[in-house]
Design a protein around this ligand. Structure first.
Ligand code: BGC
Length: 759
C-alpha cells in the first residue's frame, strides 16, 4: 500500500468515512482508492466473532463456535509469561483462520476494588504483573500478524457510570498505578491498537484527552498504532481527532462524519490532524492485509490448550492435608457448579464455547467412588431445604466432601459492579451444614474476583479455579486428584471483608466522580503497609510440594566496581539471584517474587512493591537459581515536581519471597549516583528544605546564624524543640519573627537562585 499516495487521493468525505467504523466490527472499505475493510472481534480469552449480527449490539451471546480460554483473572494467577505468549499465539492463529484482523484485548485495568464487575477480565491489582503478562500476550498474538487492542485506556476500574464518570486521580497515582501497566505493554509489545475508555479522567473524556493520547501515549511512550474508541465512547468527535483518537467504534451512522467534514471546512479541525488519523488506520490495515497467514482453527486442539492453561492458573489457597484426593476415597461432589461450571463472565467477552467440560461429566476418569448432589443451583441464590438435606445425606456416606461453589453469572458482569463481596447465602448455609458432619470439606471456587469466606476456619482446603475457561472441570479434577500439582498464585489480595479495601469509602462514584483518594495505596500496597490481616495475601498460593529459598546475591551490573557490590549505581542497575529448591517429593512449580522496599524516607511509599517474578519448575530435590534484573525504574516513584521517575540515593531492601506476606530472604542495599530533589526557591521555601539540600546548606546556615538571633545567637545552640519548629518555617515568616524586611528577603532569594544555578 502506498499510504501517502492513498491519502493524497482521498476526498475529505472518504477520510471522514474511514475514521469511523462501518458497523459493529468492521472498518469501511473505500474501493476507489484500494482500501479494504478489516474485521475485529472481542476477546481477550477467545474469539467472539459475530458474523450474523453485525449491527445488533444486544446479540451479545450470538457468535461463532470458539474456544474459551481461562479469563484474565485466572491467567494472571499463572504468573507465566510463556503461557500468556503461547495463548496469544493460539488466539492469533484462530484470528488468521477466521479473518479477524484484531482481537479486542487484553484488558488490563487495575483491580482497585473487588467489586468491579469486570475484574474477571482484568489482570491484577499490581501494575507490574498486569504489564508483564499483557505484554507477553500481545507479543504472542502479534507474532501471528494479528493486532491487539490494549484496553481500556485508562482508569476504567469500575463499571458504575462507566460511560460518564470522571476519575479524579492525582498524577503520581496515575503514573505509578493506573498508567504503568499500559506503559509496559506499549513499550515491550507495541500493540497495534489501543482502546480509549468510556470514562473521563480529571475532567476530560479519555477519547478526547490530548494529554493522555498524545503527550503520554505517543510522545513519551512512543506508541505508533491506532487509538480506537471503546464502543460508543465518543462525546465530541472533532475534539477527539485533534487529541489523537483515530477511529470511532462502532461509528455513528454518519452523524460524526458530517461534523468532521464541517470542522475541516470551517477550520475547526486541521487537515493534518485528520490525515494523521487516516495514516494510522491505513498502516494498521496494511499490516494485517499484507501479512495474511494460512491457519486452521482446530477447536479440539485449542480446547486441550485451554485445559492445560487453566491447570497453570488454579490457586490452592488452603490445604490441611485433605488434598490431593485418592481414587480409593469415597468423594461427594456438591454444588451446581460441579455440573455446570462457571467458566467465563458476562458481557462483551462472552464466548460461544466449543466444549465445556464439567467435573461431573468426567468423574469416572478419576475414580468410581464419586457421587454427586446438587445442594444449590449454579445460577441463582436459592435455599432449598430439600436440596440441602439430600446433599447432607449423600455427604454422610463420603470420606471427603468437595463443594463446587462460586458466583452465579448475574453476580458479576460487564456494565455493572457488585454491591457486596459475599457468596450466595445458600452456599454459605450448606457449607456450614456440611462442616457439622466433621469430615474434611474442600471448597472449589468459580468466581471472577475475591469473595468473603465466613467458613474458612472450618474447611480443610480451598481451591480457587477463578473463571477458568471451557476446560475448567477437567483442570480442577486434575488438581484435586493430584495429576497436576497446583502452581497458581493470587495476583490480587483477598481481604477479609469488603470494608477493609482501601477504595471502600470512595467506590464506585459520588455525584458522577470517582475519587481515587487512596492514591498509590492500592491492593497489597495498602494492606501490607497498614499491616492489616487479610484472608489471603497477594502472591499467595500453595503446592503439593515445598520450596526452600537460599543464597540471595545482589550484584551491580557490569561497569560498576564489583568490590562495592552493595552500592548500586542508580544508572546501572543490579542483578539479583536466589536459589530455590524443591524439598518435597513431587515435581512442582514455584512463583518467586521480588519486592523492593524504599527506606530513604524521601516520600510516602507503600512498604514494598513487586518488581520481579519468575515461575520455575523443579523436580524433587532439584535446585535452580532464579535471576532478576533491576534498573532505576525498579526503585523509582513518579515525581510530579520533576515530571519524571525518581529514586533517591540511600537505603533500599530487596526482598524475595513466596508471597507479599511470606518474604524468605532480604537484604539492604544502598543506591548512589542519583541527585537530591531540589527545593523550590520562593518565599514559601522552608528552612528545613534549605538545610537538607546540599547546595543551599552552607548559605542557609550562615544566614540563619545571622538572622536567628532572637532564638539564639548561634544555630548550634538552639535546643531540639526550637530546631524542630524552625525546620518547617517558610522564609517569609522571618518577616514576622526574624529581622527580615521585603528588600532583604528579595536579596536572599536572589542569592539562593544564584546558588541553585551554579554547577
Ligand atoms: C467493551 C469493550 C469491548 C467493546 C466491543 C465495550 O462495551 O467495554 O471491552 O471490546 O464493547 O464489544
Amino acid at each position: 500500500m502506498d499510504i501517502q499516495k492513498i491519502i493524497s487521493e482521498m476526498t475529505l468525505e472518504e477520510k471522514a468515512l474511514l475514521v469511523s467504523g462501518h458497523d459493529m466490527w468492521t472498518t469501511d472499505a473505500i474501493d476507489r482508492v484500494g482500501i479494504p475493510s478489516i474485521f475485529m472481534s472481542d476477546g481477550p480469552h477467545g474469539l467472539r466473532k459475530q458474523e450474523n449480527n453485525q449491527n445488533n449490539e444486544t446479540a451479545i451471546n450470538d457468535s461463532i463456535d470458539a474456544v474459551c480460554f481461562p479469563t484474565a483473572c485466572a491467567t494472571a494467577a499463572s504468573f507465566d509469561r510463556e503461557l500468556m505468549y503461547q495463548m496469544g499465539v493460539d488466539l492469533g492463529k484462530e484470528c488468521q483462520a477466521v479473518d479477524v484482523s484484531t482481537i479486542l484485548g487484553p484488558a488490563i485495568n487495575i483491580k482497585r476494588s473487588p467489586l468491579c464487575g469486570r475484574n474477571f477480565e482484568y489482570v491484577s491489582e499490581d501494575p507490574f504483573v498486569a504489564g508483564e503478562l499483557s505484554a507477553a500476550y500481545i507479543n504472542g498474538v502479534q507474532s501471528k500478524n494479528v493486532g491487539t487492542s490494549l484496553k481500556h485506556f485508562a482508569t476504567n476500574s469500575q463499571e458504575t457510570e462507566r460511560m460518564y464518570a470522571d476519575s479524579i486521580v492525582d498524577e503520581r497515582t496515575l503514573r505509578e498505578i493506573y498508567l504503568s501497566a499500559f506503559e509496559t505493554a506499549v513499550k515491550k509489545a507495541k500493540p497495534w491498537t489501543i482502546m480509549a475508555s468510556y470514562n473521563r479522567i480529571n475532567g476530560e473524556y479519555s477519547s478526547e484527552n490530548k494529554w493522555l493520547l498524545k503527550d503520554v501515549l505517543r510522545d513519551e511512550w512512543g506508541f505508533d498504532g491506532v487509538v480506537m474508541s471503546d464502543w460508543g465512547a465518543v462525546s465530541n468527535r472533532v475534539k477527539g481527532i485533534a487529541a489523537g483518537m483515530d477511529l470511532e467504534m462502532p461509528g455513528s451512522r454518519g452523524v460524526n462524519d458530517k461534523q468532521i467534514i464541517d470542522a475541516v471546512n470551517n477550520g475547526d479541525l486541521s487537515q493534518e490532524d485528520l490525515d494523521e488519523a487516516v495514516k494510522n488506520i491505513l498502516k494498521w490495515i496494511e499490516k494485517f492485509v499484507e501479512n495474511r497467514q494460512e491457519e486452521v482453527f482446530d477447536r479440539d486442539i485449542d480446547h486441550e490448550k485451554a485445559v492445560r492453561a487453566e491447570e497453570e492458573c488454579i490457586v490452592l489457597l488452603k490445604n490441611e492435608k485433605a488434598l490431593p484426593l485418592s481414587s480409593d476415597e469415597k468423594i461427594v461432589l456438591i454444588g451446581g457448579f460441579a455440573e455446570t461450571p462457571r467458566f467465563q463472565g458476562g458481557g462483551s467477552s462472552h464466548i460461544n464455547a466449543h466444549n465445556v467440560v464439567s467435573a461431573l461429566s468426567i468423574k469416572e476418569k478419576y475414580s468410581d467412588k464419586i457421587t454427586y448432589a446438587m445442594g444449590f443451583p449454579y445460577d441463582k441464590d436459592e435455599s432449598d431445604e430439600k436440596a440441602f438435606a439430600e446433599a447432607v445425606a449423600v455427604a454422610k456416606d463420603a470420606d471427603k466432601i468437595v463443594v463446587f461453589a462460586g458466583l452465579p453469572d448475574v453476580f458479576e458482569s460487564e456494565a455493572y459492579d457488585r454491591t457486596h463481596m459475599r457468596l450466595p447465602k445458600s452456599q454459605n448455609i450448606l457449607i456450614d451444614r456440611l462442616l457439622e458432619l466433621g469430615k474434611p470439606v474442600i471448597v472449589v471456587l468459580h468466581n471472577g474476583s475475591p469473595v468473603e469466606m465466613p467458613w474458612i476456619e472450618g474447611v480443610s482446603s480451598v481451591v480457587e479455579a477463578y473463571l477458568g475457561g471451557e476446560g475448567v472441570g477437567e483442570a480442577v479434577m486434575n488438581i484435586l486428584y493430584g495429576k497436576v500439582n497446583p502452581s497458581g498464585k493470587l495476583a490480587e489480595t483477598f481481604p477479609i471483608k469488603l470494608e477493609d479495601n482501601p477504595s471502600y469509602l470512595n467506590f464506585p462514584v459520588a455525584r458522577h466522580k470517582v475519587n481515587y483518594a487512596e492514591g498509590v495505596f492500592v491492593g497489597y500496597r495498602y494492606y501490607d503497609t497498614k499491616k492489616m490481616d487479610v484472608l489471603f495475601p497477594f502472591g499467595h498460593g500453595l503446592s503439593y510440594t515445598e520450596f526452600e529459598y537460599s543464597n540471595l546475591v545482589i550484584k551491580p551490573y557490569e561497569g560498576v566496581d564489583a568490590s562495592d557490590w552493595d552500592i548500586i549505581g542508580i544508572n546501572s542497575g543490579a542483578t539479583v539471584s536466589v536459589d530455590v529448591k524443591n524439598v518435597g517429593d513431587r515435581t512442582g512449580k514455584e512463583i518467586v517474587q521480588l519486592y523492593i522496599s524504599d527506606k530513604t524516607g524521601v516520600t510516602n511509599r507503600p512498604i514494598h512493591e513487586l518488581k520481579g517474578f519468575e515461575k520455575v519448575e523443579l523436580a524433587p530435590g532439584e535446585t535452580k537459581t532464579v535471576t532478576f534484573e533491576l534498573d532505576k525504574r525498579s526503585f523509582a516513584w513518579y515525581s510530579v515536581e520533576l515530571s519524571d521517575w525518581y529514586a533517591a540515593d540511600g537505603k533500599y531492601v530487596v526482598e524475595v519471597g513466596k508471597s507479599s506476606r511470606d518474604i524468605q530472604l532480604s537484604e539492604e542495599i544502598e543506591i548512589s549516583g542519583s541527585f537530591q530533589l531540589p527545593p523550590i526557591i520562593d518565599e514559601d521555601v522552608q528552612l528545613g528544605e534549605l538545610l537538607a539540600y546540599k547546595k543551599t546548606r552552607a548559605f542557609t546556615k550562615e544566614m540563619f546564624a545571622r538572622s536567628a538571633t532572637q532564638f539564639s545567637s548561634k544555630e548550634d545552640e538552639l535546643d531540639e524543640m526550637t530546631k524542630a519548629m524552625l525546620e518547617y518555617m517558610p522564609l517569609r515568616t522571618f518577616r514576622s519573627f526574624g529581622e527580615l524586611d521585603n528588600d532583604k528577603l528579595a536579596e536572599i532569594l536572589a542569592e539562593y537562585r544564584r546558588i541553585m544555578d551554579e554547577d
